[in-house]
Write a protein of this length. Structure first.
Length: 254
């Protein structure tokens, strides 16, 4: 059974509605949008290889759901690789951890785990980052700030003293996110202080960090910690960070 341009026009109407978040799509709605009868909509769905309109909607929804999950997983894996490589490159340099609010306990955890791994990790303090700063690459830092606002000044100072920063935040358009070299977007659930809810942001920090540490520990790229890393033009991480920085500069500040 051959398809027509009208069939594909109907398909695009259904597809676009699903992309915009529609959960139910009625034949009447599609028919009014295209200017045809309900029967034509049903026939088009069958000519396109579906059992009926409902089957067409289900299959397109399933495709977008699976594609979205795969795409999100791929982006996360790329960032895990990027941050793990940053740890490799900064093995002989100080790694600071700045945290605010509920994430402070996670900050202590990150410092402890990094030290256990043999890296030079410290809690953030303005005096310490200044003492270890140099003109080229001072080291790196993790900034844990759910709102993406309260640690903005710390991010600016880290940037001024040549530290490569990884921000973990729930606000991807926030000042902290746009100032950091790499931004990790995590779910958050700010709630009333008197109520108890699982802390999604803290769980996200630990989950992402442990995956980074696992990748770092098995990485073939590890170098001795007393071997300084000399940046080279065209290095993959420099190119990746340049892209992130350009995106950050263009992003609106919260």
């Amino acid at each position: 059974m051959s398809t027509s341009n009208l069939d594909w026009q109907i398909y695009r109407v259904v597809r676009d509605a699903i992309k915009e978040g529609a959960e139910r799509i009625e034949a009447d709605t599609v028919a009014r949008h295209v200017g045809i009868s309900r029967a034509t909509v049903y026939r088009a769905a069958k000519r396109l290889g579906y059992h009926d309109l409902a089957d067409m909607v289900r299959q397109i929804q399933s495709y977008f759901h699976n594609f979205s999950e795969r795409d999100a997983a791929a982006r996360t894996n790329r960032k895990i690789d990027l941050v793990a490589e940053m740890l490799v490159q900064n093995g002989g340099r100080p790694i600071f951890v700045a945290a605010a609010g509920d994430a402070e306990a996670c900050g202590d955890y990150l410092v402890s785990r990094l030290v256990e791994t043999g890296l030079n990790a410290f809690p953030y303090s303005p005096a310490a980052i200044r003492a270890h700063a140099n003109d080229e690459a001072s080291g790196m830092a993790f900034v844990l700030n759910e709102s993406g606002i309260s640690l903005w000044a710390s991010c600016l100072e880290l940037h001024a003293y040549n530290y490569r920063t990884v921000a973990m935040t729930s606000a991807v358009d926030s000042p902290v996110a746009s100032t950091a070299m790499v931004c990790i977007a995590l779910d958050g659930n700010k709630s009333d202080l008197n109520s108890y809810e699982p802390n999604l942001f803290a769980a996200g920090i630990i989950s992402f960090f442990e995956r980074v540490l696992e990748r770092y520990l098995v990485s073939d790229l590890q170098r001795p910690h007393d071997t300084p890393w000399i940046p080279q033009k065209g290095h993959p991480i420099d190119e990746a960070i340049s892209v992130v920085l350009m995106q950050a500069v263009r992003a609106p500040h919260g």
